[in-house]
Every structure is written in structure tokens, then in C-alpha cells.
Design a protein around this ligand. Structure first.
Ligand code: ADP
Ligand code: MG
Length: 438
């Protein structure tokens, strides 16, 4: 295995085991491997929209696949559109490829009282993008209730209606990262231009830009130029603007100036419909009793419902038996404690590192640099609070003894009471960790 194409073929084999054929078709068929060097895999996708989706939904699986193949960590760099010209000049790509049906469409979104307004608003945007009524559309609600699903459905539908429309999809946090990187690399002007000229700007999890001064400033100008050009902006957040304590007032006013739509946890009928739909999708026919049993047990998060259905499918494949209530209980037990997912220490370390833009190794290492030390204390605190691991066990993940772990936990517990920024940061990281759970 030596050429980049061979490597990519092997990655695709690994991905084929983890993703649905539709996902592969939609997002990877027009994806081209470009380069693998200095621990970074560079790939290219035709549109900014697809880059956003690849980054948001598939970057981690691709990195895992690389790790399976090479047993070491790689970075992933995704080029979009004509950025490829910097690498090669003659490799033509189809800019106007229509995406096929993907997992996140309006068709497979189950509508109930809990989300009918957000669903209708999202469809309104597709019908008349840029219309004053829906601009910006701000969708908010807790994790796992379909915000990203609706955002992607809007992007896919508009792309189908207007293949030439320039669509950008980006996570709030990634906007920050790209901006910081562009400043470091002296490409701030290009970064600025990149988003200001789009027809549809889809921003997922905007809450992560709150409290970051330079990012909010840049976002404000981006927002204004897209809005003033009469183009459409859709934003999601885990809370309404009024509850984003560290959000600039001028952004808050902008966000509240369009249409706000919330998504609520699904009622029992909607949950049953979602369970039937997901199970059907996986070729599994559940009895009414089992459907309503799952619907009674899992009440607050569709992502959890999906996780359990996936696990039940695996059970059935392994045992060949019909699904029983016991199987449901154990499927739930594997992933949930007191109604919430239990994240792994690795996820907690990775998410805290990402938030502070340091590496997991730095968190486990000995540097006393301020942001690394803070990230380390927060990691200890979060592992302590989100898992039921003992102090010595936590120590093994952080390469520390139990007393040092305890002192980190205490330090954060002490500061969190008075330090509003710290508690908001911890809430942001926790919500990142939760949105990684599947
Ligand atoms: P959020 O962005 O609000 O955290 P997501 O959009 O990522 O949530 O949804 C989590 C998972 O649940 C996704 O796989 C999504 O397809 C599914 N989901 C959420 N709401 C619905 C719904 N109403 N119908 C079908 N699937 C849903
Ligand atoms: Mg989301």
C-alpha cells in the first residue's frame, strides 16, 4: 500500500463498515484524496457545503480509520472548491454534483408537536430563502433533538433546488478555529471573503462563539454582509439568544431579529414514530409492546433512542432472537446511567483539548503553561463528574496520582462558584462531549 489512492481505498473500506451506503454515496463519491504527509491527510470535496458536513460528521471516523490502518494519529485537512488549485491545477471536479438522498432530510424527519414549528420554518426557508420572515432562522433546543438534522435538510434541499447556490455549513467552534488559524497564517483576508459571499450560511451550534471577542466581531461582520445581500442565514444553538450570557448584545439583537423556533423533547407518540422509523430503516420490525416500552424508557433525546436501536440491531444479528424487554434494558444499560450517556475519559480529554486548542498529550503531560494547566484541571473535574470512575482510575487516564487529580477537582469546584466564565466554559465543553455520544 503506497500511493495515496491505495490508502484512500483502504480508508473507504473501513468507512464502508461504519457508514450507510447512502452516506458514502452522498458525501464520499466526489471526494478525492490529495496528499498524505507530515501526519496530515488532505482530501478535496467540490463544495463548501460538503466540506462543512465532512468536517462536522465524518472527520472523526476518517481519523479513526487512519488510526486503524497506521496505528498513529493523523490530522485531516479538507479542501473545498477551487482551493484545490493550490495543490494541483488540472484535476477537474464536478462542482454541481447533486447530492443524493442522505440520512438528514425532511423526508426522514418525524414531525410532532415538539418540532412542528421548527420543521415548518425550515421548509419556509427552502421555499423562499432570504425572505425577511425567516432571516435569520434561529433553531434552538437541547442536544439530540434534531437541530443539526433540520439544518442539513435545509442545505440539501436548497442544493437540490439551486445546484449553483453557494452554501456554507460550519460549526460555531470551527468558525473560531478557522479564524484563529487564518490569523496565524496571515490569511485573514481570505477567511473574511470566504463566508461573506455565500447564498446560504448554515451555522451549527453557534453557542460556542459566545464569549470569544474576536470571533464574535468577525461573525458580526460576516452576518451583516450576508444579510444585507439578502441571502439566507440559519443558525442552531443549544439555548435561545437570551440565555447565551456571554453573547455580544449586537449579535443577540441580530439573532432575535429573524424567526426563532425551538425544538422540544418528543412526546410519546412522536417517540414511537421515531423508533418505528429508525428500526424500519435498519430492517428491524419491532412489536408494538417493544416500541412503547422503549418510548417509555427514553424520553428526552432522539440521539439516545437511535443509539439503543442500533444496539438492538446488533443484538439481533448476534443472537438471531426476537427483541425482548430484557434486551431493551441491557441495550439501554450499556450506554446510559441515570438517563444520561456516560462518556469515555478519552472523549472528555479530547473535547477539553479541542476547546483549549491543545493536544490530549499536553493535557497528560507536564507543561505548566496556563491554558494547558487549566485544561488539565477541567478534564479531571469533568471525568470525575460525568463518569463513575474512581480517583486512581482517573489518574491513570491523566498520568497523575489520585491526590493530584483530587486537587484539580477541588480547584475547579472552588472557582466555579464565583467564576461565571469558567462555569460557562465547562457547560460548553460538557455539551460538546454530549453531542459526541452516539
Ligand atoms: P441536535 O443537533 O439537536 O443535537 P441532531 O440533529 O444531531 O440533534 O439529532 C440527533 C439524532 O437524532 C440524529 O441522528 C437525527 O437524525 C435524529 N433525530 C432527531 N430528531 C429527529 C426526528 N424528529 N425525526 C427523525 N430523526 C431525528
Ligand atoms: Mg447538533
Amino acid at each position: 500500500m503506497n500511493s495515496i489512492n491505495d490508502i484512500w481505498a483502504s480508508i473507504m473500506e473501513v468507512l464502508a463498515q461504519k457508514l450507510t451506503p447512502t452516506s458514502i454515496n452522498t458525501w464520499f463519491t466526489d471526494c478525492t484524496p490529495i496528499d498524505l504527509r507530515d501526519g496530515t491527510l488532505v482530501i478535496h470535496t467540490p463544495t463548501e457545503f460538503k466540506r462543512g458536513i465532512l468536517q462536522q460528521r465524518f472527520a472523526d471516523v476518517i481519523k479513526e480509520a487512519l488510526k486503524e490502518l497506521f496505528s498513529c494519529d493523523f490530522e485531516l485537512d479538507i479542501l473545498a472548491g477551487d482551493e484545490l488549485d493550490d495543490y494541483v491545477s488540472d484535476d477537474a471536479t464536478d462542482q454541481n454534483a447533486l447530492p443524493e438522498m442522505d440520512d438528514y432530510t425532511f423526508d426522514n424527519f418525524i414531525v410532532g408537536k415538539c418540532n412542528e414549528f421548527a420543521y415548518a420554518a425550515a421548509q419556509g426557508v427552502v421555499k423562499s430563502p432570504g425572505s425577511k420572515v425567516y432571516n435569520p432562522l434561529f433553531i434552538y433546543g437541547n442536544s439530540g433533538l434534531g437541530k443539526t438534522h433540520l439544518l442539513c435538510a435545509i442545505g440539501t434541499a436548497i442544493h437540490e433546488n439551486q445546484p449553483e447556490a453557494k452554501i456554507a455549513f460550519i460549526k460555531g467552534e470551527e468558525f473560531t478555529n478557522q479564524m484563529v488559524r487564518s490569523i496565524k497564517e496571515g490569511t485573514a483576508d481570505e477567511f473574511r471573503q470566504k463566508y461573506r459571499g455565500v447564498d446560504l450560511f448554515l451555522v451549527d451550534d453557534i453557542q460556542f462563539i459566545a464569549g470569544k471577542e474576536a470571533t464574535q466581531e468577525e461573525f458580526f461582520h460576516t452576518f451583516n454582509s450576508i444579510y444585507e445581500a439578502g441571502h439566507q442565514i440559519v443558525i442552531t444553538s443549544d439555548r435561545p439568544p437570551i440565555d447565551m450570557l456571554r453573547l455580544d448584545d449586537r449579535l443577540r439583537t441580530r439573532f432575535e431579529g429573524g424567526l426563532m423556533a425551538d425544538v422540544q423533547p418528543p412526546d410519546v407518540e412522536t417517540r414511537m414514530a421515531i423508533i418505528r422509523n429508525k428500526a424500519g430503516h435498519l430492517g428491524m420490525n419491532l412489536s408494538d409492546d417493544i416500541v412503547s416500552y422503549i418510548a417509555q424508557k427514553l424520553t428526552s433525546n432522539v440521539r439516545q433512542i437511535e443509539g439503543v436501536i442500533n444496539r438492538l440491531t446488533a443484538f439481533r444479528e448476534i443472537t438471531g432472537e426476537a427483541i425482548s424487554r430484557d434486551m431493551v434494558d441491557s441495550a439501554i444499560g450499556v450506554v446510559i446511567r441515570d438517563g444520561v450517556y456516560v462518556p469515555t475519559p478519552e472523549t472528555i480529554i479530547a473535547e477539553t483539548a479541542r476547546y483549549y486548542q491543545v493536544t490530549p498529550e499536553e493535557i497528560q503531560g507536564i507543561s505548566r503553561q496556563k491554558n494547558i494547566a487549566t485544561a488539565r484541571h477541567i478534564t479531571a473535574y469533568l471525568i470525575r463528574n460525568l463518569t463513575n470512575l474512581s480517583l486512581p482510575m482517573i489518574g491513570t487516564f491523566l498520568h497523575r496520582d489520585h491526590a493530584t487529580v483530587l486537587s484539580s477537582v477541588r480547584k475547579i469546584e472552588g472557582s466555579i462558584k464565583t467564576d461565571k466564565d469558567l462555569s460557562a466554559t465547562i457547560r460548553d465543553i460538557t455539551s460538546n462531549i454530549n453531542s459526541r455520544q452516539r
